[in-house]
Structures are given as structure tokens and as C-alpha cells.
Design a protein around this ligand. Sequence first.
Ligand code: UTP
Length: 408
Amino acid sequence: MFTKEQAMKVLGDKNQEHVLAFYDELSSEQQAEFLSQIENINWEDFTLIGKEDHGARGEFSVPPAVGISEIAEHHDEYEKIGLEALKKGEVAAVLLAGGMGTRLGFELPKGCYNVGESKELYIFQCLINNLMDVVNQVGTFIPLYIMTSEKNDKATRDFFAEHDYFGYNPEYIKYFVQDMACAVDYSGKLLLEEKGRLATSPNGNGGWYVSMLKAGLGKDLESRGIKWINIFAVDNVLQRIADPVFVGATIAGGYDAGSKVVRKVEPQEKMGLLCLEDGKPSIVEYYEMSKEMAEARAEDGSLLYKYGVILNYLFSVEKLNDIVDNNLYVHVVEKKIPHIDAEGNHISPTEPNGYKFELLVLDMVHMMDSNLAFEVERVHEFAPIKNLHGVDSVDSARELLKKNNIEL
Ligand code: UTP
């Protein structure tokens, strides 16, 4: 483990000695924890500030997709294949719940938010209810792995336990904690969260598989014979999880991965669109798209690039193992970072004040050789909760839940 001298040397070399300002006030236990945190800083991330550049993009083309009518036509065939895989226990689900949910501004993990009006209905509960539909159809529980972060792990576990796992079989639930990354101010200086703690935040949703393996869950996947993992975001309360038709369509087409998508309603809509880039699956953010590309039309008059991703992906475990050692692109993101100032006062910024470093799952999709876009009805499967009010909010999700006859 780092000694104080080693920490001083490394920090000095990087012009970051300021983080030791309160070192002498710490207990020896706190000092040891702080030194270990300093030893584990990923300095490479810092070199990316101001240089984020995806480089030249490749050539885009339309991805393989099954639209709603085609899915309806093949529904029974896809469902049969999916149900077979699920019955054999080859499909697991991973809930990405390590995010900070800062936009919602709720003190507990986002999944603990109550969207109910006249009764309790928590976000986690909505997700479990949705998964239970498949469990009931298949006749067996589906392994569910929940990714938390060190900031919300205990609160998440306690919440599930206190609510009896919302009726799920706890033997099929396992948790793992994602990695953290340091946060810096706009001049690249490390921020302190406490006098003996660097400000850190979860390292984005793209690190999930690496963190899962680090937690020793690779063995669990292997011993259970899991071949497919459906990962999904915590915040979409209408999310269909381990959907047999989706699983079946991906398997039937021989794809490495599948992505649930919704149809873009107008050319400039703000969503990440699924494309092929130099023949490989790729997600292009709305702000990365040229006007021509955003407005291009297919022969039938519909938008050519029309499928937006909703953070619900199915990955082949074999393929995940092939790519797990490949480095994911690190995104430098502006965020509000709570910290202490030079006098040790706690500051909770109301505006972004620095950068976090994040890995994103959409970059994993690009590492797949093939991916099927599987269209779903927005009104039935997409009710994300990012904010309290307005777009993608508790309010809009409540409306959508009601439209789907879910009692609040
Ligand atoms: P968001 O991009 O909405 O981020 O996450 P967030 O941190 O939850 O919310 P804001 O931006 O602070 O308001 C999309 C999904 O990815 C998960 C989230 O929990 C959510 O399910 N996620 C995000 C992680 O699991 N880990 C991360 O480090 C970031």
C-alpha cells in the first residue's frame, strides 16, 4: 500500500498535492483509506480532458431490424425459441442501478422512488412486476443480477430485503458493485468529497460486465449455463425484461446481440439511433448526426435511420467474453460534483462544476459483430424517469403507467 511519501510524489508529479491539505487532521485509519484511494487513481482518464474526439466516423448504413408488423407476423415462432432458452435457464437479466440519478434529486437509490399515488408502487417494484410476467409464463425464476455502486449498494439491498424482494425469489437475485472513477474540476484538479476522500462517482454503465466478473459472478454465469444477458436501465418503469419474443428473434437471426428500439417520431428527436458503421452495429447520438442523415427517407417514406435505443440490450455471453479485455472509450462528462472547498466547507453545486469519466454501454454494442434492432411500441415499453417533472419524468411515467392499466 502507498506510504504518505509515495502519495506525495505521485500527486506532486501530477500537480495535485492540494488533496493532502487536510491529511494531518485524519485518523490513521482514514489516512490508510485515503492513501489506498490515491494509489488507485486512473491517471490516464485525466489526459482525455478537452480531447474527447471520436475521430472520423465511418460509413453509416441501415441496421438489420425487425419492425412491429414483422414481429407480429413471426410472433409465435420467436416466442417459442425464446421460451425454450428461458426454460433451459440460459437467459439472465442485469439491472443497471449504479447511477446517481442526480436529475431526479431523490436521496435514496432511484429504484426506491414511489411512483404510486393512492398506494405504494416503487420503481424497483414495477421492474420486478414486469419480470414476474415472464417468470409466470416460463414457470421458473430468471437469475437477476443487480449492479449497484458503493454509494447506493447497502440502501438497495436493504430496500429489496425490507420489501420481501417484491415477491421475487431472493435465491435468484445477486448484487455486484460497479467501479468508481475520480471527478475533477474544470481545470483538471481532483475534488475532495471529504477531508480524507476524493470525490468519486460510478464509472458509467459501460463497466457492468467487467465489474460483474470482478465480483466473481463469471462462475455463477458458467455454472448456471447462462448464454444470454438482458441488461436494462433502472428508470424505465414499462421495461419488458427477458422478453421471450425479443430473445427468440435475436437467437433465430443468429445475432450476437439485440437492442430494443422505438421509432423516432420526428427527424430532430433527441435519441441515440441504431445504425451500422462500417458494417458494425453502432449507436449515433442525435447531436452527432448530420441533418441529411437525420432527415433521410427510405423508399416507403419513413425515416431511414428511425430506431432509437432505450437501454435494453441482449448480449451473447460468449461474445461478451471475447470483448471483455478490449478497452472501452472513456467519455468526459460535465456534471454537478458535490465537494469540499479549500476551507473544508461542503459545496453542493446547482450547476455543473467539473468532469466525471464514464464508460457507456452503447460502446459495447459497437464491439458486437452483429445486432438486431427489435422495435417495440413506445407507449407500452418506454417510460423513463430522469426528472421529477416534464420530459422523461415521474409525471410522464405515471401517465404512461395508467395508459397501460397499471393501478397507481
Ligand atoms: P443515466 O444516464 O440516466 O444516469 O443512467 P444516472 O446517473 O442514473 O442519472 P443522472 O444523469 O445523474 O440524472 C442510465 C442507466 O444507467 C445506470 C443508471 O442507474 C440507469 O439505469 N448507470 C448509470 C449505472 O448503473 N452506473 C453508472 O455509473 C451510470
